[in-house]
Design a protein around this ligand. Structure first.
Ligand SMILES: Nc1ncnc2c1ncn2[C@@H]1O[C@H](COP(=O)(O)OP(=O)(O)O)[C@@H](O)[C@H]1O
Ligand SMILES: [Mg+2]
Length: 305
């Protein structure tokens, strides 16, 4: 063991592999067989997913996704990290049931996902496409419980709790056109949390927020996740955010034919802090992999071994 490794071991204490390189996406059936051999059924199982958007002339469009495999178990926090345009939103929309893949299978509890469902709540990249312009902040957040026929007093209390949590207290009566981009996004997040979906599907939800608010929201999301045992699938292009939040970080390769190129298990305890020396070191390591993309060998695998 080198001196560097010895230092790392001391730094990490009881966590031998703080950023364990897990696997590369297989080009053969080995990985699939290994996954099948696990006796626990994943909550969401993604196999060999391919996506091709329809073009003006059929057959002319490139595959956006090809050969995407992913197992998401109940209560886990997964982050999909990838450059802009690589197909992150496409994959999330497929998981949410808003988009049907053109190849492969996506199942939840063993059943094919074919349409959106209450058990999978989504936060969209663009809040304008998601919140209702004719409803106030509070009414937007209350919408899910209202659809679920929760009585008025109770759903008001639920909505208020999440409005407070996202820092929109005092703005309950405002309409979306009276809100900043960040406030609209927080309304969307509060609405998702009030829905009490088992799976939170989040597409760059904090991208529109200022740095201070983003930090608060990241902490609140991590706390909510740990307290509720929800399953989270979170998309970002921000490595620091991926490392602050994810138990699993999946790096996607570039389009066309993007897939999950590498998967990491992040063993840092929560709540995580970007000033923690271990965090800083892991960030630098992950950054190296992300910058160099597909050509780079996983140096972390050697350290973790
Ligand atoms: N509705 C669509 N029709 C055709 N092409 C699309 C559509 N939506 C996305 N794309 C293309 O698919 C690729 C991946 O897009 P997207 O999933 O939005 O990437 P990301 O979220 O990673 O930025 C891009 O090249 C984009 O232009
Ligand atoms: Mg996107």
């Amino acid at each position: 063991m080198s001196a560097t490794n010895a230092t790392n071991a001391t730094l990490e204490g009881a966590l031998p592999a703080p950023l364990a390189f897990v696997r590369e996406t297989p080009r053969d059936a080995t990985w699939r067989n290994a996954a099948a051999a696990r006796d626990i059924q994943p909550l969401i199982r993604i196999r060999d997913v391919e996506m091709r958007y329809p073009g003006e002339h059929s057959g002319e469009t490139a595959k956006v996704l090809a050969g995407v495999h992913l197992d998401i178990h109940e209560g886990e926090f997964h982050v999909l990290l990838g450059p802009s345009g690589c197909g992150k939103s496409t994959l999330l929309n497929i998981i949410a049931g808003l988009l049907q893949q053109t190849g492969g299978t996506v199942t939840m509890r063993g059943k094919a996902i074919q349409k959106p469902g209450r058990e999978r709540g989504m936060v969209f990249q663009n809040a304008d496409a998601a919140i209702f312009p004719w409803l106030t902040v509070l009414e937007n957040v209350e919408f899910g419980p209202r659809m679920a026929a929760v009585n008025k007093a109770e759903r008001r209390a639920i909505a208020q709790k999440y409005v407070d949590l996202v820092g929109l207290a005092g703005h309950e009566g405002k309409f979306p056109h009276e809100l900043s981009g960040g406030m609209k996004q927080r309304t969307q997040i509060a609405r998702l949390l009030a829905n009490d979906s088992a799976v939170l599907v989040m597409d760059e939800p904090f991208g529109a927020l200022d740095a201070h608010t983003r930090r608060i929201m990241q902490n609140e999301l991590a706390r909510t996740w740990r307290e509720t045992g929800k399953t989270v699938v979170f998309v970002t292009h921000d490595i620091q955010e991926a490392l602050l939040l994810g138990q699993w970080v999946h790096i996607m390769s570039r389009a066309p034919a993007a897939r999950i190129h590498k998967t990491y298990r992040v063993e840092l305890p929560y709540p995580r802090s970007e000033t923690d020396p271990r965090f800083i070191r892991l960030l630098a390591q992950l950054q190296g992999h992300f910058d160099f993309g597909v050509e780079r060998e996983p140096a972390i695998a050697e350290e973790a071994a």
